[in-house]
Design a binder for this molecule. Structure first.
Ligand code: XMP
Length: 311
């Protein structure tokens, strides 16, 4: 992979495609959208508007952290508060595909559509990578960022043309280019985090309260496993309750699952063999620090048959 050549070619290509027009892109803080943002800014400067859409499904302080990271690179990111729109779209939904669909529709048709119209941008820069396209086309998984490859005419449907500078790269290439461009390690070495965010880790209805529960548990799991070297780790909130006992009082509390997996490309995964003391510590912290949670489980299931996420 010749990173220098790739960067030069893509900057030229973006300039040529966008011409004198304006472009917009949504940054999630993941490696793909981060690299797209940096390439886009090098190509277009202020003619690229970068937004971070707070969909209410992010981890603790994530929106502010991402904006700060890019401010340090002199790339302004506009934080858009769309929490209410996503929460109301998700209200009452429990079926996994319906939840994913609601997030996709709210993102593209409602929030992003409105931002594009307001910005006057005619081009959308998208961090689609080769694996996203392959998996979607093969029907393995509908990635929420794939539109044109499924025959969706974005110009007719949403009023913008999609530009995908990373569509020939795989994840390891993306990371190599990020390193070449000296993107901060908090971006390049970030564990995978799905587009539908914490909604993929809530079984059942996604509500403000349930998000707060899984968000707190996620922060604990991420702190405890930060130096584990695992491929991906997370907390999941089940849609069930269990009897417990606290301060001599019976309670019917919530259940958190901790999941940590090893993988190279997320197509298959094995379970991380965490040491007992670490598992105990995770359990102790989660039941002590996450309100209303009185049970913590460790998921021993590989992929397949389980997927990595729960939704
Ligand atoms: P699954 O749950 O399908 O996940 O085993 C495989 C990998 O993909 C991530 N994932 C997603 N990433 N949009 C994304 O950008 C999505 O809709 C999505 N669903 C799952 C997941 O975190 C894991 O790394």
């Amino acid at each position: 992979m010749n990173c220098k050549k790739f960067v030069e070619e893509q900057i030229g290509q973006i300039r040529q495609t966008v011409g004198d027009a304006k472009a917009i892109n949504a940054l999630s803080g993941g490696v793909d959208s981060s690299l797209t943002t940096v390439l886009g800014h090098r190509a277009l400067g202020e003619r690229l508007e970068t937004v971070f859409i707070d969909n209410a499904l992010m981890r603790e302080d994530e929106p502010q952290r991402v904006v700060k990271t890019f401010a340090k690179m002199d790339i302004p990111v506009e934080l858009v508060d769309a929490k209410e729109e996503f929460l109301s779209a998700l209200a009452g939904l429990t079926d996994p595909e319906e939840k994913r669909q609601a997030i996709t529709d709210t993102f593209y048709a409602k929030v992003f559509g409105r931002l594009v119209r307001e910005s006057g941008a005619r081009f959308l820069l998208h961090g689609t990578i080769l694996t996203d396209i392959e998996e979607t086309v093969a029907g393995i998984k509908r990635q929420h960022n794939i539109l044109s490859q499924l025959g969706i005419d974005t110009k007719a449907a949403y009023g913008y043309t999609v530009v995908e500078p990373l569509k020939m790269l795989r994840k390891d290439d993306v990371r190599a280019v990020c390193k070449f461009l000296k993107l901060p390690t908090e971006t390049t070495s970030r564990i995978p985090f799905p587009g539908p965010a914490l909604a993929t880790r809530i079984v059942g209805e996604v509500t403000r309260e349930r998000l707060a529960t899984v968000r707190r548990a996620t922060a604990i799991v991420e702190q405890e496993l930060a130096d584990s070297g695992a491929f991906q780790y997370m907390a999941v909130l089940l849609n069930d309750r269990a009897t417990g006992l606290r301060k001599n009082k019976r309670e019917f509390g919530q259940i958190i699952v901790v999941r940590s997996v090893e993988s190279t490309d997320a197509r298959e995964a094995t379970v991380t063999e965490l040491p007992w003391p670490k598992l105990h510590r995770l359990c102790q912290r989660i039941v002590a620090e996450v309100p209303d949670v009185n049970r913590c489980l460790y998921d021993l299931t590989p992929k397949p048959p389980a997927t990595i996420e729960y939704v």
